[in-house]
Write a protein of this length. Sequence first.
Length: 295
Amino acid sequence: MSAMPTISRLTVGLAPPEQSGSSFIDAIKAGKPVVSAIHPATLAGEQIVQVSDFSLWYGKSQALYGVTMGYPKNKVTAMIGPSGCGKSTQLRSINRLNDLIEGVRVSGKMTLSGDDVYSPQTDVITLRKRLGMVFQKSNPFPMSIFDNVVYGLRIDGERRKSVLADACEAALRSAALWDEAKDRLKNSAMSLSGGQQQRLCIARAIAAEPEVLLMDEPCSALDPIATLKIEEFIRSIAGRITVVIVTHNMQQAARVSDFTAFMYLGRLVEYGPTADIFQNPILAETESYVTGRFG
């Protein structure tokens, strides 16, 4: 596995005096170089996705600036920050969805289980099969509930009915949808409610057992009860699937994640265990953001 860059003393301790408090954000706004405050705990254990000095441009507009971080394996990492701060761009960079946007270019390095995500030799279709994706708005396919869940397996060539049936049940159970859908698996997915459709999309994303599940604001369009069920799902799979979730909801990040990364204007500001980010952050600006006084 590719080694991460050497982490400096400043990165894992207190930020330099000239970057503390509001001056840190002021430096970002002024386009000055800053050093991310990365807690040592994020460097412990295996990191399934590693990001090294990663930058991204949409044409002439830069969206990410030299992001360096690792996503711990089989943990839940939340990406927080104001709208337009780069957190969704960072998430979509992992499965190269940004490639679909004209004029996108990147620099730096990103690896998945040691494999270079942006290598010219990387097969993007194969890469995306290793990464489940759940979008802000549910997007069930116009087919039955069963066919939705096993779609990825069939694309991979699986035809055994027993395997498909078992995978469908396991995925729907994980997404807390089995009891509601087991008697209508042949019905159209469009017959489900909005919250059920989102859980169906989650079941579809995990049926093929991805290495990482990427979730981009998965609860933003849902009611509190549907949101609770998805949060329960995230916690239920913690420890066996790596989850990266983008959320504007500070309470949600605090409830479901093991680690939290705070981003602002395309920069990684602070990254650490969720409890520390919310209760004992290194930077005053992080505290201001998570308590609602900034952003």
